[in-house]
Design a protein around this ligand. Structure first.
Ligand code: GAL
Length: 402
């Protein structure tokens, strides 16, 4: 037995050496070594997205300086899909006359392009999804030059999970898992590096199993909306997930709402800062063509982006909270530390400032740092009073924490 096992492993090794590289080993995906950055059509345009709008977004990423700041992916969300023909090929609808030409355009700007589908019969918007056509769709994406796929569970829940395993939730989860494995393999088989983004709202502790099937990011919650309460609720659900994030595989608390709805500038800054602290994908979700300068300056704050994109790839932990104020810390490459002091409350004033307890962050005595929103050097001292605006944040980078 042992002899045959040894012989077969020797033969296998010889075969692997003889085979051309691509056939011998599926090169591990090297995409998303830092959290993906870019833009996605859904949060602002939803079903209004079209070819022209995607080209405009690509143009604006370049013109606004966002591309230079790291925003690379131009992601088309739901509502691009048309009908499948008799051979199973899924065609685009009239809003997207030529997806290959659009991909070429986006690539010509030095950007990458993403698309959206799901494992069910229909997407969340009721458009054709990939059930039974996974390999065919993956190949088509690769032929178009797609670089990123967001794969959204949606109709797979009623169409397959609940139908095949009524009243058996554990079995439903196994079916869901298999559907993501299937698309992961289909993408891998194309040989094209394609970021694989799982969108199934955090079900069944997705962070525990998504990396093993090639998931580069996975939504941890239901949908975001441009309302402070929703953003805060999502943020609260990220504490404790930090150990699952790292180069190539990230928790995704959903796309950015910076610049959308009626968020105040403090709220936009806090949202952006905390997503950077979480090492979250930074996918802008606003109308780039009509972006206010103050929104642009938030989205292009390179010091904050550097926290998100830090090579160590650690997600922040919530060090402690006191009343409505939370203190989060994110270890950085080279031994640095980013510290966020965030006021979730509505009405704390200087009559009762927050006192920062550095000892709770494992820090000893005064720390030299830089406030990443003012750009000024600051010294943090034990118990120092800090006045943080309602829904505001103080974000400090300490190069040499003591
Ligand atoms: C939701 C998803 C959103 C968006 C939408 C499109 O399920 O969470 O981010 O993709 O579907 O229909």
């Amino acid at each position: 037995m042992r002899f045959f096992a040894l012989l077969s492993s020797v033969c296998l090794a010889a075969l692997v050496t003889l085979l051309p590289h691509s056939a011998a080993s599926q090169a591990p995906q090297t995409v998303a070594q830092t959290p993906p950055m870019g833009w996605n059509s859904w949060n602002y345009f939803a079903d209004k997205v079209d070819d022209e709008g995607v080209r405009a977004a690509a143009d604006q990423l370049v013109a606004s300086g966002m591309k230079d700041a790291g925003y690379i992916y131009v992601n088309i969300d739901d509502t691009w899909e048309g009908e499948r023909d008799a051979t199973g090929v899924l065609h685009t609808n009239s809003k997207f006359p030529d997806m290959k030409a659009l991909a070429d355009y986006v690539h010509s700007k030095g950007l990458k392009i993403g698309i959206y589908s799901g494992p069910g019969t229909k997407t969340c918007g009721g458009y054709a999804a990939s059930l039974g056509h996974e390999e065919q769709d993956a190949k088509m994406y690769a032929d178009w030059g797609i670089d990123y796929l967001k794969y959204d569970l949606c109709s797979f829940i009623p169409d397959v999970m609940r139908k095949q395993a009524p009243n058996d939730e554990a079995e439903q989860m196994r079916i869901m898992h298999a559907a993501y494995v299937k698309m992961g393999k289909a993408l891998e088989a194309t040989g094209r590096p394609i970021v694989f983004s799982l969108c199934q709202y955090g079900w069944d502790a997705v962070w525990e199993w998504a990396p093993s099937l090639g998931g580069n990011l996975w939504r941890t919650t239901g949908d975001i909306s441009p309302h402070w309460d929703r953003i805060y609720a999502i943020l609260e659900q990220q504490a404790g997930l930090e150990k699952y994030a790292g180069p190539g595989h990230w928790n995704d608390p959903d796309m950015l709402e910076v610049g959308n709805g009626k968020l105040s500038m403090d709220e936009n800054r806090a949202h952006f800062s905390m997503w950077a602290m979480l090492a979250a994908p930074l996918l802008a979700g606003n109308d780039l063509t009509n972006m206010k300068p103050e929104v642009k300056s938030i989205l292009t704050n390179r010091d904050v982006i550097a926290i998100d994109q830090d090579a160590l790839g650690k997600q922040a932990s919530r060090s402690y909270s006191e009343g409505e104020v939370e203190v989060w810390a994110k270890p950085l490459a080279g031994g640095g530390l980013a510290v966020a002091v965030f006021n979730a409350g509505d009405n704390r004033y200087s009559t009762h400032p927050f006192h920062l307890d550095l000892a709770k962050l494992g820090l000893h005595g005064a720390q030299q740092g830089r406030n990443l929103w003012t750009g000024k050097d600051v010294q943090l001292a034990q118990n120092m009073p800090l006045e943080v605006a309602s829904h505001g944040i103080i974000l400090v980078r300490i190069e040499q924490p003591k």
